[in-house]
Design a protein around this ligand. Structure first.
Ligand SMILES: [Zn+2]
Length: 390
């Protein structure tokens, strides 16, 4: 079995080792400081005997290094070096995650971790339920306080039967081994974790939650940054927010009220626009073409349902309706209660002339055109088509 140097000392990055087996691109060493990944932390990379290590993994109790292009033989003694900047970033990220979740969990004891992901590019924890920014903010402040206070971090091994096991954040049914690797952040947190951590919280520098996104059925992803990246990200976000607040003519202390008022106003404008479109459609005067009423109009709305409902109603009465809704692009609807007007054919022919597309059924068809300036010409063309059909 490979001697796992990273377990005794996470700070060993350069070491000498003997090649104990070679299998194509893969080699094993007598002892290694390369972490094969685990606990959500991705594996290390680096150099072995001057050749790049692109992947490290665990296979049959051995730690296997993928070293494409190597020419090693069993028994060779070689100098190895883990990409330390990368590994140190992962160690800090992993420790920071413990601090963050500790506070989130204390605020919401029902909250569970679904997955942890710690890589150089992205660091996040997936939790099984949504959690508000108020709680996240408390957690970030708590974690930064613990970072500043500089608590020590210690790794130990605990038996599954140890009575103290109940103090650990751990799901026993998930643990298969008899011994559990436990990480203790002095006076703050005790968690089961097989990842690699720093020795003192001060090393993390800072932590900042940069975004929260949906993880689908799994729950919610809480992304965070550490160290300089955390400071950079928080400053750049704060600057964007201040610029937006300024653009809205508000003040940081008033912004939540300003946004809430704007949302309210927007909803009420939408409602008013909808009501006015409905009343405009109701008062439309039809053109009578050879005994058939044809209702046609252009409306400033992107609410397709208002137009659809009205067109369906006119169709039921045996009339024809040709409506255009103007939003970011044009919505074109055609409905007919008279079989002579083939809506599907007419709409697809007409809209293709204007660079748009449409489809549907003979009695009801719809489509869209990107160029809103074409609205009058499209309606004119549809009217000609209707007239020709009747
Ligand atoms: Zn950990």
């Amino acid at each position: 079995m490979t001697d796992e140097l990273f377990k005794d000392d996470a700070y060993v990055s350069e070491f000498e080792a003997e090649i104990t087996s070679v299998d194509g691109d893969y080699v094993t060493l007598g002892g290694t400081a390369f972490y094969p990944g685990g606990g959500g932390q991705v594996c290390d990379t680096g150099i072995i005997g001057g050749v790049k290590v692109v992947e490290v993994k665990e296979a049959d109790g051995e730690i296997v290094h993928k070293v494409p292009g190597h020419r090693f033989s069993v028994g060779d003694r070689i100098w190895c070096s883990v990409d330390w900047d990368r590994r140190y970033d992962l160690m800090k990220g992993h420790t920071a995650e413990h601090l963050l979740f500790n506070s989130l969990h204390r605020q919401d004891p029902e909250l569970n971790i679904v997955k942890i992901f710690i890589s150089p590019e992205s660091k996040y924890v997936i939790v099984d339920r949504d959690i508000g920014w108020d709680k996240i903010s408390v957690a970030v402040r708590f974690a930064n306080k613990v970072i500043l206070e500089n608590h020590s971090v210690r790794r130990s091994v605990m038996s599954k039967d140890d009575p103290d096991i109940s103090k650990i954040r751990v799901k026993l049914d998930r643990i298969e081994e008899d011994e559990i690797s436990v990480v203790e952040i002095e006076d703050v947190d005790l968690a089961a974790c097989c990842g690699i951590h720093v020795m003192e919280t001060e090393e993390i520098g800072a932590i900042f939650v940069s975004k929260k996104t949906s993880a689908g059925r799994d729950g919610v992803e809480i992304h965070f940054e550490i160290g300089e990246k955390a400071v950079d990200e928080s400053m750049s976000l704060a600057t964007s927010c201040l610029s937006i607040i300024d653009g809205l003519g508000s003040k940081p202390s008033d912004i939540e009220r300003t946004i809430s008022n704007m949302k309210h106003e927007l909803e009420s404008c939408k409602r008013m626009l909808k009501e006015s479109t409905i009343s405009m459609i109701r008062t439309l005067k039809p053109v009578n073409i050879r005994g058939i009423d044809v209702y046609a109009g252009i409306f400033h709305t992107s609410d397709r349902s208002v137009l659809t409902d009205a067109a369906e109603r006119y169709k039921e009465d045996g009339a024809v309706a040709a409506f255009i809704g103007v939003g970011d692009n044009l919505t074109v609807l055609l409905a007919s209660g008279d079989k002579r007007v083939d809506c599907k054919k007419l709409i697809s022919e007409t809209l293709s002339e204007f660079g748009g597309r449409g489809g549907g059924k003979p009695d009801f068809a719809q489509g869209g055109v990107a160029d809103t300036a074409m609205k009058e010409r499209i309606l004119e063309s549809l009217m000609k088509g209707i007239e020709h059909s009747l």
